[in-house]
Ligand binder design. Sequence first.
Ligand SMILES: Nc1ncnc2c1ncn2[C@@H]1O[C@H](COP(=O)(O)OP(=O)(O)OP(=O)(O)O)[C@@H](O)[C@H]1O
Length: 271
Amino acid sequence: MRQPHGQTPHRAEALRLVKVTKTYGTRADGGTGAGEGTAIRALDDITLSLPAGTFTAVMGPSGSGKSTLLHCAAGLDRPDHGLVMVDGEEMTDSAKPPRGEAALTRFRRTRIGFVFQQYNLLPTLTVAQNTILPLKLAGRRVDRDRVERTLTAVGLGDRLGHRPDQLSGGQRQRVAIARALVTEPSVIFADEPTGALDTRSARDVLGLLRDAVRIHGRTVVMVTHDPVAAAYADAVQFLADGRLAGHLGAPTADAVAERLAHLGDDVATGV
Ligand SMILES: Nc1ncnc2c1ncn2[C@@H]1O[C@H](COP(=O)(O)OP(=O)(O)OP(=O)(O)O)[C@@H](O)[C@H]1O
């Protein structure tokens, strides 16, 4: 599914990254000198294109840059260099003056949904209020029927008035998915959405993300450590040391585990 930069995709392109680089810190020792020069290049020249209506898993060893990639692609963090386009529109471009924070937030609110490992629900709000929140923040009309339909679709139609602490982890994550779906974004980013869940809840959440793609035409990009979770995706993009390190279409859990086991070999031999 990866398209080299410049090649016309068959389907509309939901996400494009061109030469995205992100470096953290230059003096990690806080100025004592001992750690000077310890800048960490979390992303190194990433060029990537994802067609609309696809489900991609991002995998790689701890520290390989997966979350940084997601945050830069989702506009939660700014790359040092490079271009990020969502839905054909540039979100950040290091060659141009940066969008102001407010403009970036507006862009994110209309185009992007995010699902976090720890749900990030507001504890004092009900399920319905948490789900509506992104619409309210964006100043958009709240269609209560749609909100109810969205919550029913994730199996929580009878929990609208409950608060997060009255829900299981799996149910909380389903609220988070409803919240990500309700604005009808182009791209939903999910950072280890099943990391805190039991097997069955994880399966439900993965099924909902897959439905978001198959039924609602969204594009989903999900970071995971779990080959079984990755097998729900249409393709897996591997990362190692901040660089792209391979791609696997129609993944099975076994094939993903096998590729992960040999990821270091590929990097060492430059494959
Ligand atoms: N805010 C930060 N300040 C300094 N270094 C950071 C920061 N965030 C990430 N890093 C570093 O950047 C590199 C990539 O981190 P990132 O969290 O993207 O990796 P990851 O693949 O998501 O890891 P994990 O699987 O452990 O969550 C790591 O070396 C990490 O220590």
